[in-house]
Design a protein around this ligand. Structure first.
Ligand code: UDP
Ligand code: MG
Length: 336
């Protein structure tokens, strides 16, 4: 039984931010053996005097990323390695890192230094003002190709028109989240992890900070256009049911049009007599309706397949180990 404080006000005052928060950087790594060492040294240089925890998630890298990370962790006790059993993709890797991160604030970052570490100081400033989420807005996307900029712009427009959850354009995963937000994100158990959407869905007082996204420090991008297309599809289907509903309206419009067309035929036959029905118009109607039906089946299939994945209740990821100072951290492994 705790002490009863009779002076406690009914509304607890907003908790003041601590001066020296532990900052957990969550870094998903897939084949990043050229970048991880650079990442740590550049981050220390950009954030002097901050308390840092590096949570590297090895997302089934085929190269020697894990060996590089283990060597780093022997030298630096602030390095934690979450080693996944295989490649699960960036979104799931990020989730695994967020699950392990112990900081007062958590910042997901790319390993290639495209998210400049010094921007975190600006994030912290806004966080101290009371915002629970401070997200980075790319002020220009010069480091991206033209094609990627155009398709990204189209995606944000499409997504925000369809989904209830609004994601601000040109905002990636690079953001600072307070512990309360992290705990909220951890409560979302869904298997289709579209993190941008999940981060937006949880809400909390948020503010954006503009930054210039750097070029990749070393190595190459891991995403092709085909993967980005699938990722966009994943995002829309996870956060909107509008694509399912469209077909009700499409069906109603086609049915209405066909009634009108039938009337036209009846009137025309009565007025002008019977004529030979057109082969072309029949084919067009059949092909058009067949196409519409296949598309709608495909859309239903997208949702059904996700329902199927969710219903299997498989764990989101499997751990091979969590390492600190070059050794298994058994306590952390057991608590996962
Ligand atoms: N990544 C990952 N698993 C994957 C693909 C990528 O953990 O299956 C990581 C990658 O190591 C990097 C981040 O996700 O830290 C962003 O990847 P990348 O820089 O290739 O993407 P881009 O910046 O080109 O969009
Ligand atoms: Mg990158």
């Amino acid at each position: 039984m705790g002490q009863v404080n009779i002076e406690a006000s009914p509304l607890p005052p907003r908790e003041t931010r601590r001066d020296d928060p532990l900052i957990s950087l969550v870094i998903p790594c897939f084949a990043e053996s050229d970048t991880v060492e650079l990442f740590v040294s550049a981050t220390y240089a950009s954030l002097p005097g901050q308390r840092l925890e590096f949570v590297f998630v090895n997302d089934g890298s085929p190269d020697d990323t894990l060996a590089k990370l283990l060597a780093l962790s022997i030298r630096d006790p602030h390095v934690v390695i979450v080693d996944l059993s295989r490649n699960f993709g960036k979104e799931v890797a990020m989730t695994a890192g967020i699950d392990v991160a112990s900081g007062d604030v958590v910042v997901p970052m790319d390993a290639d230094l495209q998210d400049p570490p010094e921007v975190i100081l600006k994030f912290l400033k806004r966080w101290r003002e009371g915002y629970d989420v401070v997200f980075g807005i790319r002020s220009d996307r010069h480091s991206d190709t033209r094609g990627k900029r155009v398709t990204a712009g189209l995606f944000y427009r499409f997504f925000n028109n369809l989904a209830q959850t609004q994601i601000p354009p040109n905002v990636g995963d690079f953001r600072l989240m307070d512990r309360v937000v992290v705990d909220a994100v951890k409560k979302l158990p869904e298997r289709t992890r579209f993190m941008k959407g999940i981060f937006a869905w949880v809400g909390f007082p948020s503010v954006g900070v503009e930054y210039v996204r750097a070029e990749r420090s070393a190595g190459t991008t891991k995403f092709s256009y085909w993967q980005l297309w699938n990722f966009a599809l994943e995002g829309v289907v996870s956060f909107s049911t509008v694509p399912l509903r469209i077909w009700t309206y499409a069906g109603m419009s086609v049915a209405l049009a066909s009634v009108v067309f039938a009337l036209v035929i009846v009137v025309r036959t009565l007025v002008f007599g019977r004529d030979v029905p057109g082969y072309a118009s029949t084919m067009t109607a059949i092909l058009f309706l067949g196409g519409i039906q296949l598309i709608s089946l495909g859309v239903i299939g997208e949702y059904l397949s996700r329902l199927f994945l969710e219903s299997k209740q498989r764990p989101l990821y499997l751990l091979r180990g969590i390492y600190r100072e070059g050794k298994h951290d058994e306590r952390a492994e057991k608590s996962q």
